[in-house]
Design a protein around this ligand. Structure first.
Ligand code: DC
Length: 223
């Protein structure tokens, strides 16, 4: 039998990560944070002096690196790149922006396909990203395209960064979110667009619990 997959795609700040993790925990399913794989590759490139436009270097690096995701008893996540923690580094705007740049390169996307698909394990997978429903898991059981207004998404990202004790302004965060949206939407390969069979969900006015409930409601309506 096909292993079920719920895909949650959408722009940065739409709450994909939090919603997907909650869903996976509630269902007892696996979780794929595909953005983290792009971020990891970007961090590894920086570590090894591979430039962000060196396609061959990036593809070779993708087959070499070893990543490990750990979640402790309190739910805190740590990420190891070749045994070294990159948990904080991975979440910086710099890593996000570098990830977005390398994500525009078709051979890099192709190099990460199998890695992402290996997460599809019983009893099921919740996959979050930009192209989960369109490219990586086109046969997913449930596809959601999650979004929120630019202002709301920038405000959420700003609060996250402030909680991480970063010195940032809301204006700068909004400019960064807008630029990343633009790049992710306009790239020629796997652009950020909803799958034809995805359910659109705007959660500008919904909290986390309400959003999770809506996704589960939709998933159940399909079975
Ligand atoms: O979701 P995130 O912010 O961690 O993703 C970082 C970047 O990686 C994002 O700007 C675009 C890219 N990405 C992608 O192109 N495809 C995915 N499935 C996930 C992320």
């Amino acid at each position: 039998m096909k292993i079920p997959v719920i895909t949650i795609d959408g722009p940065s700040g739409s709450g994909k990560g939090t919603i997907s993790q909650r869903l996976a925990r509630q269902l007892g399913w696996h979780y794929l944070d595909s953005g983290a794989l792009y971020r990891l590759l970007a961090c590894a490139a920086q570590r090894d002096g591979v430039t962000l436009d060196d396609v061959d270097g990036l593809v070779a690096l993708a087959s070499r690196i070893h990543a490990e995701f750990r979640t402790d008893a309190t739910g805190d996540e740590s990420v190891l790149l070749d045994g070294v923690s990159v948990t904080t580094e991975l979440r910086t705007e710099q890593a996000g922006s570098a990830a977005s740049q390398i994500a525009a390169l078709p051979p890099v996307r192709a190099a990460l396909l199998d890695w992402q698909r290996r997460y599809r394990q019983p009893p099921g997978l919740v996959a979050d990203g930009r192209d989960m429903g369109t490219v990586v898991f086109p046969d997913a059981t449930t596809k959601i395209f999650l979004t929120a207004s630019l202002e709301e998404r920038a405000r959420r990202r700003y609060n996250q960064l402030i909680n991480m004790k970063k010195k940032v302004s809301l204006e700068a965060v909004m400019a960064e979110v807008r630029a990343r949206d633009e790049r992710d939407r306009s790239r020629s390969v796997a652009p950020l667009v909803p799958a034809a069979d995805a359910q659109l969900l705007d959660n500008s006015a919904l909290d986390i619990e309400e959003t999770v409930a809506r996704v589960l409601e939709h998933a159940r309506s399909l079975t």
